[in-house]
Write a protein that binds this ligand. Structure first.
Ligand code: FAD
Length: 463
């Protein structure tokens, strides 16, 4: 008799290097399932930009599963109910998935494993989305790392990550009822604000593969320096593809292996390991998005200033690089890493607003909004995180712009009010000839820097 296995896909929307799917397809018939679980307590609901991405990624996945001979089954509801129901409907013998590392997600998976055990259904899970699962990298004392550099060294000493698993090309299985993707309302309507996202991105496994190939063939050589310049396409832009698991870090690692120059490859792999590190942190602290890693930050005198938050969210602070970054985010669902650091510093230090307000805004607007990378980076920027940015360093957005976007290629792309300007007229446009339709700076950089340092000193933060 043929075995039937339900493969429950989550943040691994791909047919290549998918160990759970590979295992099921090798074993017999397969039901490929995706569950939109917006009802489980504790699973963070996706933000708007990520919902747009998910819609298109699922559409691409459904087409790929169809081409392989099967159907992607879509169901909505609490996964603890839906997955057992689909296993029962399909009269499946087994359910498999690739592991995830958030706290609530682990609880759900454990509950389904327990259900399977009680109903004579086999349940297996696989490692697929991190090169090193969080518990496999430990300090000498056996605990989690809190500092990136020794974590990276420990990863390098650890067992070599495996090669990618061959893609699945043929699938067969029973027909199981599915929701219609269009009914899920993931794609925005009334208004449909997604044109800028669609112009920039190709969600799905094929798009991820093309992005990786373009990166390896072109941008990678020179990455170590060009990645700091927001005005050029100097990074891989793989983050949303990695976020939704349309490509795995094993595939990325294999694709860059042997690439030269070595400094560029190493710099790129170091960034991939920041992602590993942040998931390591989230595994150790599941409430990373809401709770300061360093408890003394609970006493931070954050300001309550909704109008200031709104000016930041709208890209109307009067500081060109900050506004360009925020507008890039709004228009394309992505922001360059250096500018993410600068906009975060501006919100936290110059405006003295709680990092959680910025984290939530990024969560809602980033296509790569990631349950580990977003809060960990915000806590890093605030100084409240594990391996945090020194609190005494406050990015000066004018100096940063002069250094990393001297000619204003990036700024003028997203802040058209400053088009045609250069030098001080561009970087400090509040001088002799202020642009009529661009806001004056909302705060004084020096005064607010001092205010931030006083606040940090008051809670006894050490940088
Ligand atoms: P590349 O430079 O090509 O790097 C390759 C991959 O490495 C990225 O795709 C990403 O998976 C990983 N990576 C790179 N930098 C970092 C980093 N600092 N931390 C963790 N992983 C990294 N990244 C997200 O994926 N999701 C988020 O929600 C997110 N929020 C952030 C919030 C703030 C305040 C800051 C400062 C950074 C945030 N980042 C986040 C990290 C980083 O900005 C993005 O991963 C990067 O800009 C993505 O572009 P890329 O794929 O071209 O990166």
């Amino acid at each position: 008799m043929t075995t039937t296995t339900v493969v429950w896909l989550r943040d691994d929307l791909r047919l290549a290097d998918n160990p759970a799917l590979r295992h099921a397809a090798d074993d017999g018939d397969v039901v490929v399932l995706y569950v939109l679980d917006e009802r489980s307590d504790g699973v963070r609901p996706l933000g708007g930009a990520a919902r747009w991405w998910l819609h298109h990624s699922l559409r691409a996945l459904a087409a790929a599963v169809h081409d392989a001979g099967a159907r992607l089954v879509l169901r909505r509801g609490a996964a603890v109910d839906v997955v057992p129901a689909v296993v029962t409907d399909a009269r499946a013998d087994a359910v498999v998935w690739n592991r995830r590392y958030g706290g609530s997600e682990r609880e759900i998976d454990a509950a389904i494993k327990a259900w399977a055990g009680e109903h004579a259904v086999e349940a297996h899970s696989f490692a697929a989305n991190l090169l090193h699962e969080p518990w496999t990298i430990t300090t000498g004392a056996g605990g989690p790392f809190r500092v990136y550099s020794p974590f990276l060294r420990a990863c390098r000493r650890a067992e070599e990550p495996r090669d990618p698993v061959p893609a699945v090309h043929r699938l067969s299985g029973p027909d199981v009822a599915s929701d219609d993707l269009g009914d899920w309302g993931l794609h925005p309507t009334a208004p449909d604000w997604s044109a800028g996202l669609a112009a920039q991105w190709e969600p799905g496994e094929a798009g991820a593969g093309r992005r990786l190939a373009d990166f390896v063939d072109g941008i990678l050589a020179g990455y170590d320096t060009s990645r700091e310049r927001p005005g050029v396409e100097g990074t891989s832009r793989l983050s949303p593809h990695l976020r939704f698991g349309e490509i795995s870090p094993f595939q990325v690692r294999a694709a860059v292996a042997g690439a030269s120059p070595r400094e560029d490859r190493d710099a790129f792999l170091a960034e991939i390991h920041w992602r590993e590190f942040n998931w390591h942190l989230l595994y150790a602290q599941p409430d990373l998005a809401t709770v300061n890693h360093r408890a003394k930050f609970d006493g931070m005198p954050w300001r309550h200033a909704p109008a200031d938050l709104r000016a930041w969210q709208r890209g109307r602070t009067g500081y060109p690089l900050v506004d360009a970054g925020i507008r890039q985010l709004w228009q394309t669902g992505w922001m360059h890493n250096r500018v993410r650091m600068i906009t975060a510093s501006f919100l936290i230090k110059n405006l003295l607003l709680d990092w959680r307000a910025g984290e939530q805004w990024f969560w809602d607007t980033l296509v790569d909004a990631d349950a580990a990378n977003n809060p960990a980076n915000w806590q890093w920027a605030a100084g409240s995180g594990a391996d945090a940015f020194p609190y005494v360093r406050v990015f000066n957005p004018v100096t940063q712009a002069r250094k990393f976007d001297a000619d204003g290629d990036y700024i003028t792309r997203f802040v058209p009010e400053l088009a045609g300007r250069s030098g001080s007229a561009l970087h400090e446009p509040w001088g002799d000839d202020p642009p009529p339709d661009y806001p004056a700076p909302m705060i004084d950089l020096k005064d607010t820097r001092r205010r931030a340092l006083d606040a940090y000193a008051a809670i006894g933060a050490s940088g």
